[in-house]
Design a protein around this ligand. Structure first.
Ligand code: ZN
Length: 219
């Protein structure tokens, strides 16, 4: 599976206009600082006349997915940029298009404490979205209880970093998690981790502690 970048299916749905607007906003914010995902989106948009008009606003069919991935495989390579991790963001800055919503200075965000070491800032949900969008600030060294996800969730780190079994996620990295994945992230020592989260449905916490925390955390 893809880690630190958008899944191919997410880029496909973004190109076809069927990605929920909250997910699309976070996807485009990652793309603004990731040549690799930006190249994949450009290749799909170039191929748009061929098949994108056929995309139904529903889960992508296996056939369509194969055709799209084939289009990606035959797309010209993006110029000699190593396909590695996204460009690191300047600490505390906010890339477009998220900056239009929260400004470009993370230190100016007004946080609401929701649990010890955890603060949240709700963002307005774009029209037509059924999802939720918020910023999350978690203290250094803090562990989040193991949880799964009711639907697709995109988390992009803006400042600091966190780690789980998929690796370490720093500024610019995105976690594109589907409903099947369960993880137990912890924030790395040194600085709080600030991320923007878009989710189709609420997070599902496991275990007694997690279930008790769920209504408190409200995420
Ligand atoms: Zn990427």
């Amino acid at each position: 599976m893809t880690t630190h970048h958008l899944e191919s299916e997410t880029i496909l749905r973004l190109a076809g206009g069927s990605l929920d607007p909250v997910l699309a906003l976070v996807a485009r914010t990652h793309i603004a600082c990731c040549p690799e995902c930006g190249g994949a989106l450009a290749a799909l948009e170039d191929a748009g006349g061929v098949f994108l008009d056929d995309i139904a606003p529903e889960p992508v069919s296996a056939t369509l997915r194969e055709r799209a991935l084939a289009a990606l495989d035959t797309a010209p390579e993006t110029p000699a940029t190593p396909a590695q991790r996204p460009i690191a963001l300047q600490p505390g800055t906010v890339p477009a298009p998220l900056d239009a919503m929260i400004g470009d200075d993370l230190s100016a965000v007004r946080w609401r404490s929701i649990a010890p070491g955890v603060a949240k800032h709700d963002l307005p949900t774009p029209k037509g979205s059924r999802g939720r969008l918020f910023l999350l600030k978690i203290a250094p060294g803090k562990r989040v209880p193991e949880h799964g996800h009711g639907g697709t969730e995109l988390t992009m780190v803006l400042s600091g970093s966190y780690s789980d079994h998929l690796g370490c996620f720093g500024p610019g990295d995105v976690a594109d998690l589907d409903a099947d994945l369960e993880h137990r992230p912890h924030v790395d020592p040194g600085a709080p981790c600030i991320s923007v989260v878009a989710s189709e449905t609420p997070v599902r916490f496991k275990g007694l502690i997690g279930r008790l925390l769920q209504p408190v955390l409200g995420i």
